[in-house]
Structure formats: structure tokens, C-alpha cells
Design a protein around this ligand. Structure first.
Ligand SMILES: Nc1ncnc2c1ncn2[C@@H]1O[C@H](COP(=O)(O)OP(=O)(O)OP(=O)(O)O)[C@@H](O)[C@H]1O
Ligand SMILES: [Mg+2]
Length: 369
């Protein structure tokens, strides 16, 4: 039986760097995952996600830095001594073995006796709801079922840590959503520490306790999903995790907890977090999420009011997405919930847009663009 009691383990990366010749794939990454947490590494292709996972698993040796499990340095340990469960992209099941034999494989390698082995395989297959398929071959399963076998195989030996490298990326959208839900339930049920790699931002937001955003091998921001979504530090983070509008302006007035930002003849009131000050005369970039914008009717009030001309729109089912041209802020995208219906947008329509002073956040322009 997979014992639900012992909590997962804590992992700390301190200043890990990996170089290949003169190329730096991962640069000075430090982060920690608490016991039983679900951490997601999120970033564009080539940002170093797999390399970090491979260093955690022990298949790739860091050029610099250290890795600790529950405070114990494991940097020099080979993969088999770390005993972490891993699921790679593309399932990689053994095609000639049945589902049960695939799942039993890590236990055979460890020389476990038959009775105990069979009990563990059954428990692992129960966990991913595939007990009925134990005697099938992988080729007789759907992609999602094969992926669940791979998960069962990674969990069967009760690993200290589960490392997942885009385990769901090969699946279609609907199946992926279902398995995301299952992965979340599985994580709750067994209380192990999971480290998941993805470039699916919705998956990262919905599954994780914390997210590490990577770009060009560097950790650009680390925090809870809501912190990263609500308070991105850079344009890259705001753009990569969700969609955002960016409004550029100059600070023309400052007060306690707010400032006024001017772009052309538009004046925006912007709330500032405790302790944050923007100097008078400085250039600022604001990130404004499309769903924080409201449509204003005649006489409606808002901290910020801007007029926009609809240049494109689409019906989303759950609402409308509108692209509007503004005089001073460029193109703005707004997402409006369907409950505002009846609403029939059309190109050329002029609409009043409003948002509150705390809807947008100032972000830094990324150094490398
Ligand atoms: N063995 C290697 N030799 C040389 N360069 C490598 C090696 N492994 C990875 N790299 C490079 O390191 C960078 C990071 O690769 P990595 O596989 O970690 O990216 P990733 O974030 O997992 O990308 P993806 O989303 O495409 O899987 C890439 O530029 C890659 O080409
Ligand atoms: Mg990868």
C-alpha cells in the first residue's frame, strides 16, 4: 500500500548553474519546495526547465550550486540513490509488458518479493483508477490511460519526490484538463512533494502551491499562483502567465499610496502597494489584465476612464473579448463577462472603458526584451 502518512520531503536548490561549454542552460537558480507542496516550473521552450528537473533527479550534474533534501546535501548522490519518481514526456512505457508488469518494473529492480509487489501494483493502479486494465498492453490504452500508467509506475515505490516533465502535454485539451484534475486530487490524497514542468499557464495556475517562472535559464519570479498573477514583477511574467495590456506613461503627481500617470492627454490614477514609490517624472509601464476592465454606461464612474473604438471582437461563450483602439494607450484588450448581455459589439463602436486604481500594477521592462 502507498502509505499516505509520511509527509512529502522538502527540497532546496541553492545557486544551481549548469553550463554546456560556453552556454549557460541554467543560471544561479535558488528555490525551495516545502513538504508535500506542488511546485511548477513554468517557462518558454529552452528556458531550462528539463535541465533543472534532471539536476534534481541526479541525471545531470550542476556546474555550481547544491541540492538538499530535508536539509541533507544530495548533490553528489547518483539518481538511484535519490529514489525519486519520474514521469517523462511521451509516457515511455515498455510496449511488450502489460500495464501491471510496467508498474511492477521499479519494484522488480528493487528485488521486492511477489506478494508485496502485487499488493503495491494493485494499490498504485487503484490510485490512478486503472485496476481494470492491469492485463492490457500499452498499445490497447488511450493516451490518457497510458499517461496514468506512467504515473502509477512513478508512484509505486513510494518515492520521496515526484518529478513530472510535461506529463500531460501530448494529450488533447479535454483529456489534459481531466488529468490535471486527477493529478491535483492524487497530490492531495498522497501528500507527496510534486515538481511539475509545464508550459501550460492554466495548468500551472490551477495545480500549483507555488510557481517558478524561468526565462533564459534564470528564475525570474517565484511565488504563489495568485501572487504571480496579481503582482507580476516584470513584463515577461505578466505576459507569460495570463494575458495583459501594457500602458506606458510618465509619473506626474504622487500622493500617499497612489500616483497619477500621464500618457498624452490621458491621466491614470494608479494605486501603489505599501512602501512603493515611483519618482516624479519617471517612466512607468502598467500591466492591466483584460478582465479587470469594465464597460461604462453613460454617467458611470471609475478611477480611470478611457474611450476606445472596437477594432475586433470575438464571442467566447463565457463572454466577449474586445480589442479597442485608444488615443493614448494603444490597443487595449478587454474581456467582458456574458452576464452583461444583451450586448452586441460591432467594429467601429465607441465604448467607455473603466478600471479602478488598483486594477493595474507597475511592472519592469525586461532587460533582454
Ligand atoms: N546536453 C546538452 N548540451 C548542450 N545544450 C543543452 C543540453 N541540454 C540542454 N541544452 C540547452 O539548454 C537549454 C535549456 O534546455 P531545457 O531542455 O532545460 O529546456 P526546457 O525549458 O525544458 O525546454 P522545453 O520546453 O522545450 O522542453 C536549451 O537551450 C538547450 O538547447
Ligand atoms: Mg523540457
Amino acid at each position: 500500500m502507498i502509505d499516505p502518512r509520511p509527509a512529502g520531503h522538502a527540497l532546496t536548490l541553492t545557486g544551481i548553474t549548469r553550463r554546456y561549454g560556453s552556454f549557460t542552460a541554467v543560471q544561479d537558480v535558488s528555490l525551495s519546495v516545502g513538504r508535500g507542496e506542488f511546485l511548477t516550473l513554468l517557462g518558454p521552450s529552452g528556458s531550462g526547465k528539463t535541465t533543472i528537473l534532471m539536476m534534481i533527479a541526479g541525471f545531470v550534474v550542476p556546474s555550481e550550486g547544491s541540492i538538499a533534501l530535508d536539509g541533507r546535501d544530495i548533490t553528489p548522490l547518483p539518481p538511484e540513490k535519490r529514489d525519486f519518481g519520474m514521469v517523462f514526456q511521451g509516457y515511455a512505457l515498455f510496449p511488450h509488458m502489460t500495464v501491471a508488469e510496467n508498474v511492477a518494473f521499479p519494484l522488480n529492480v528493487r528485488g521486492m518479493g511477489k506478494a508485496e509487489r502485487e499488493a503495491k501494483v494493485k494499490a498504485a493502479l487503484d490510485l490512478v483508477q486503472l485496476d481494470r486494465f492491469a492485463h492490457r498492453k500499452p498499445s490497447q490504452l488511450s493516451g490518457g490511460q497510458q499517461q496514468r500508467v506512467a504515473l502509477a509506475r512513478a508512484l509505486v515505490f513510494d518515492p520521496a519526490l515526484l518529478l513530472l516533465d510535461e506529463p500531460l502535454s501530448a494529450l488533447d485539451k479535454k483529456l489534459r484538463a481531466e488529468l490535471q484534475e486527477e493529478l491535483k486530487l492524487l497530490h492531495r490524497r498522497i501528500g507527496r512533494t510534486f515538481i511539475n514542468v509545464t508550459h501550460d499557464q492554466e495548468e500551472a495556475l490551477s495545480l500549483s502551491d507555488s510557481i517558478a517562472i524561468l526565462n533564459h535559464g534564470q528564475l525570474v519570479q517565484y511565488g504563489s499562483p495568485s501572487t504571480l498573477y496579481e503582482a507580476p514583477r516584470t513584463r515577461f511574467v505578466a505576459d507569460f502567465l495570463g494575458k495583459s495590456n501594457f500602458c506606458a506613461g510618465v509619473v506626474r503627481e504622487v500622493g500617499p499610496g497612489w500616483c497619477a500617470i500621464v500618457a498624452g492627454s490621458t491621466r491614470l490614477i494608479q494605486a501603489l502597494p505599501e512602501g512603493e514609490r515611483l519618482p516624479l517624472g519617471s517612466s512607468v509601464l502598467l500591466s492591466l489584465r483584460p478582465e479587470k476592465i469594465r464597460l461604462l454606461n453613460e454617467g458611470d464612474e471609475a478611477d480611470n476612464i478611457v474611450e476606445g473604438t472596437v477594432t475586433a471582437w470575438s464571442y467566447l461563450g463565457s463572454g466577449f473579448s474586445l480589442t479597442l483602439r485608444t488615443a493614448d494607450l494603444g490597443e487595449i484588450r478587454a474581456v467582458l463577462p456574458a452576464w452583461r448581455a444583451p450586448f452586441a459589439p460591432s467594429e467601429g463602436m465607441v465604448l467607455g472603458l473603466g478600471w479602478s486604481a488598483d486594477a493595474a500594477v507597475p511592472v519592469l521592462e525586461d532587460a533582454d526584451g
